[in-house]
Ligand binder design. Structure first.
Ligand code: SAM
Ligand code: SF4
Length: 466
């Protein structure tokens, strides 16, 4: 039996009704909207939905908040730094609100789902007239209509873990697209705020996902990333005989020349079946982001990750055996409460053994309301910083070595934009998602090309189109 609920057709009709009302109010006026997104790909995907609704309501997008009638910050609560930046950005707009009182400043996303932030905005940021949480995203047209028709401040942080299908989307330019396959998280890693601000796991129905993929391929998108906090638990709430690997196979059968990526995989649920599926599906990129977080079993256990470093290593070994060209990346948290020097050494050892192509490293950030916030944390900031820098240095050496190994190879690349380097004027991605700057004749953004790697650096490969 399916446990998930969807927003009803009637509720959605009401939103489309409000979109039409706002569009009518804006008719004949040049209304502009500016959006800024903090945080992860899920937030970027949410902003695309909001921009889609804004476009439907008659707004043109602008890159300049100074010229906007509507300004929105889609926020992230995963680390303190992202929260501080969002507050800083909103604070800096108080002068604009004084000069142009009609400008609407809005805040949404994960920060807006937390009581403490909502109180702070209510009290100290009067320039914010609209605030809505992750669960209220689909109600944005009604909330905006209320502000535009005279309500001074509209705050909506309520709502259930519902899925809303059929909302408009305004995607970015270029061949890349996000495709959300599920929302929320059930894992409750002890450091992480996500399950508290994004609710429980809920999967979109496979036919909705497939229909969106077909639409994307018709529109010419070629590099499509399936999104979820833990894609490996896709389908568990649907009551259907389908898991993530089955979904991948189904999507791989959609006609067209495109690449499918996915993120994020949780190591406790990533299986040999997943690796076998990746190996068998020609459109699934041979790239795996598998966040390990720590190489110490003691730390992993306190993080509630529910795998050991040994199990993790074994899965990586299998992946490399089945798919030798696989590009691997990971997330690591340095300085988790109670992490000792010896724990850190285990992390360092694991990264040196695995040799990731790409590593996202984070200093632990205390999030109130999570279990780890009350754990003892004896290491000093200086000690944590020193560990962090050691890890970065070690990883830089690995990346330099791995990048250098591509020298002279000919690879299939997807050209995805223009670069700022006049000698290599285009950017492209390898199937493994490595960044390449490319030169050559007749290069078209959005096309696949064959190119030879001429030189390499830490951040980028440089290639000549063949
Ligand atoms: N769901 C994904 C997973 O399980 O790996 C990732 C979601 S989280 C938004 C992205 C990364 O942020 C995590 O993998 C973790 O490394 C990092 N992160 C989450 N909470 C953090 C915290 N309190 N402090 C530092 N880094 C954190
Ligand atoms: Fe956060 Fe863990 Fe869920 Fe990822 S799996 S979103 S790190 S709780």
């Amino acid at each position: 039996m399916s446990q998930q609920t969807t927003v009803s057709a009637e509720q959605l009709r009401a939103q489309f009704g409000d979109m039409s009302l706002v569009a009518a109010m804006n008719h004949g006026r040049e209304k502009r909207a500016y959006t800024h997104t903090f945080g992860c790909q899920q937030n970027e995907a949410d902003t695309e939905t909001i921009r889609g609704m804004l476009a439907e309501m008659g707004y043109q997008m602008t890159d300049s908040p100074e010229h906007a009638d509507f300004i929105l910050f889609n926020t992230c609560a995963v680390r303190e730094h992202a929260e501080d930046r969002a507050f800083g950005n909103i604070g800096a707009l108080s002068h604009l609100k004084k000069q142009r009182p009609d400008v609407i400043i809005a805040l949404c996303g994960c920060m807006a789902q937390q009581e403490k932030n909502v109180e702070k905005i209510k009290k100290s940021y009067p320039q914010v007239s609209l605030l809505f949480g992750t669960h209220a995203l689909w109600r944005f047209p009604s909330l905006l209509r209320r502000v535009l028709t005279g309500e001074k401040r509209v705050f909506d942080i309520g709502g259930a873990d519902d899925i809303a299908e059929g909302l408009p989307l305004l995607r970015g330019e270029g061949p890349k697209a996000w495709l959300s396959i599920m929302y929320g998280c059930n894992n409750f890693c002890t450091y992480c705020i996500v399950p508290y601000v994004r609710g429980r796991e809920r999967s979109r129905r496979p036919e909705e996902i497939e229909a969106e993929l077909r639409e994307l391929t018709r529109e010419g998108y070629k590099d499509i990333t399936l999104l979820g906090q833990n894609v490996n638990s896709y389908g568990k709430d649907l009551g259907l005989e389908i898991d993530f690997s089955d979904l991948l196979r189904r999507l791989n059968d959609v006609p067209g020349d495109f690449l499918l990526r996915f993120m994020t995989s949780h190591p406790k649920d990533a299986s040999r079946k997943l690796i076998d599926t990746m190996a068998a599906c020609s459109k699934v990129a041979k790239q795996l982001h598998l966040p390990v977080q720590s190489g110490s079993d003691a730390v992993l256990s306190r993080m509630n990750r529910r795998y050991t470093a040994g199990e993790y290593r074994e899965l990586i070994r299998y992946a490399r055996e089945e798919i030798p060209e696989i590009v691997l990346s990971s997330d690591i948290i340095v300085g988790f409460p109670g992490e000792t020097e010896a724990d850190f050494e285990e992390t360092l050892r694991l990264t040196q053994e695995i040799e990731y192509d790409l590593l996202f490293t984070f200093l632990y950030s205390k999030r109130s309301g999570t279990p780890a916030a009350s754990y003892e944390d004896p290491a000093t900031s200086a000690e944590k910083q020193a560990r962090f820098e050691r890890l970065l240095r070690a990883q830089d050496e690995i990346v330099a070595r791995r990048q250098a190994a591509y020298q002279g190879k000919t690879l299939r690349l997807l050209v995805d934009g223009e670069s700022k380097n006049p000698d290599y004027p285009f950017t492209a991605r390898t199937e493994g998602n490595l960044l390449v700057c490319v030169r050559g004749e007749d290069i078209v953004v959005g096309s696949f090309i064959e190119a030879e790697i001429e030189k390499t650096s830490l951040r980028c490969l440089y290639a000549q189109k063949r």
